[in-house]
Design a protein around this ligand. Structure first.
Ligand code: TTP
Ligand code: MN
Ligand code: MN
Ligand code: MN
Length: 397
């Protein structure tokens, strides 16, 4: 049983982002148990300690997803970096030995957790609002829908999240995402023929369904300022009446105009500032945009979110993120918006600890030399990080 042939624990532990995780990995039961504990502490977080528990279980689950063999004996799980030798290993051992972990089942059925989980599925709601609603006595999504509209009307994101709860929690299928992607990027190419686009997020990692569509745009800096192109795309969609709701993420103000000869990575910060348009989009129920886009939606324009959701409509609400990047940022933006979230965390942690680099979706900064490192492709970025290139579908940490 142990040791596993062709598995070298030392190599596996040397560098976490050298690991690979595909969706169809071999230890799904253990990973699911650890993911649930992570979600539990993320959802029910009251303190910094709870938040750290959520992160620790997410790291442990990621380590399990990367194992290149099916674990059959808990001895095989000893000494794995990320899994550790404590709580997460105990959970994994119980699953292995009996297929059952009492703590996981207890938490999975925890009444408060179940309510908070439902609340967090409302677009725009995170753990703190969920906790507030719970404290007010709400328990179900029906309770939320009955909320005195005052409570949610002052936040139009949450108002739409509640009104379109069912639409937005129905998984978005790959075919629907690809359809929407083509429609939106065709529009973008009419505006700026040289634009480069990609469908990122979970779909690029090989998922067959997801919670939204993530579209990344790349264009030359001088032609399009901060929101330039993605604002123009949103305008077009709005003119056609296809946007239910949208919000631009806040940045620290307009990006500095680049002087000639300045760094190709113009931004002075590694914080996440890529201009992003978060959209709730009208997706045609018959999957066909050609006739749909010529319809007259003016009658829907002045309806509030609840009226609109309950109207007799020929579409379903779908979440789309439009993200803008300059050509110089693009390889970094691609990695950042491909994820997974946990994969990104491990990359950034490694870059900082091992190389004293700061990595973000905007670029890579060498803190020792105080300079930005340019890249043309994702492969370049991996090379700069002294890592073996990993395909998007190998980044499912
Ligand atoms: P999401 O669209 O939130 O996630 P996803 O596409 O991986 O999965 P889903 O099917 O649920 O949509 O984010 C897209 C990518 O952006 C994600 O894979 C990683 C990155 N990201 C972060 O790194 N940190 C974050 O906080 C968020 C929201 C996203
Ligand atoms: Mn996504
Ligand atoms: Mn998500
Ligand atoms: Mn997204």
């Amino acid at each position: 049983l142990y040791p596993i042939p062709e598995f070298d624990l030392k190599t596996f532990n040397e560098c976490i982002p050298e690991r690979k995780a595909i969706f169809d990995h071999q230890n799904k039961e253990i990973a699911a148990a650890l993911d649930l504990l992570s979600e539990y502490w993320e959802t029910c977080q009251q303190t910094k300690t709870d938040e750290n528990r959520a992160l620790a279980f997410a790291r442990a689950a990621a380590a399990i997803k990367c194992l290149p063999f099916k674990a059959t004996n808990s001895q095989q799980l000893k000494g794995i970096k990320g899994l550790g030798n404590g709580h997460a290993l105990r959970v994994a051992t119980q699953i292995l030995e009996s297929g059952y972990c009492p703590e996981v089942e207890e938490k999975r059925n925890d009444k408060k957790f179940l309510s908070l989980q439902i609340f967090c599925k409302v677009y725009g709601v995170g753990p703190s609002i969920a906790e507030k609603w719970y404290a007010q006595g709400l328990r179900t999504v029906e309770d939320v829908k009955k909320l005195d509209q005052q409570d949610i009307a002052n936040n139009d994101m949450i108002a739409h999240g509640v009104a379109f709860y069912d639409d937005l929690n129905r998984p978005l299928l790959r075919a629907e995402a690809e359809n929407t992607y083509k429609y939106i990027t065709d529009l973008a190419k009419l505006i700026l023929p040289s634009v480069v686009t990609s469908m990122n997020g979970g779909f690029l990692r090989g998922k067959s369904s997801g919670h939204d569509l993530d579209v990344l745009f790349s264009y030359p800096e001088r032609e399009d300022g901060d929101y330039g192109l993605i604002a123009a795309v949103l305008d077009e969609l709005n003119k056609k009446g296809l946007v239910v709701w949208s919000r631009a993420t806040h940045t620290d103000g307009p990006r500095k105009v680049i002087e000639i000869n300045s760094s190709p990575l113009s931004s002075g910060s590694t914080k996440e500032h890529l201009p992003t348009m978060m959209i709730i989009f009208k997706y045609p129920l018959d999957d066909r945009f050609d006739e749909f886009e010529r319809r007259d939606f003016s009658g829907e324009r002045n309806l509030g979110p609840f009226q609109l959701a309950n109207s007799n409509r020929q579409w379903r609400a779908v979440r789309v993120d439009l993200v803008g990047s300059t050509n110089a940022q693009y390889p970094y933006a691609q990695i950042g918006w491909t994820g997974s979230k946990q994969y990104n965390r491990s990359l950034r942690q490694y870059a900082k600890d091992s190389l004293n680099y700061s990595l973000s979706s905007m670029g890579l900064h060498d803190n020792g030399q105080n300079r930005w490192i340019a890249a043309q492709t994702e492969q370049d970025v991996f090379h700069h990080l002294k890592l073996t290139y990993r395909e998007p579908w190998e980044r499912n940490f």
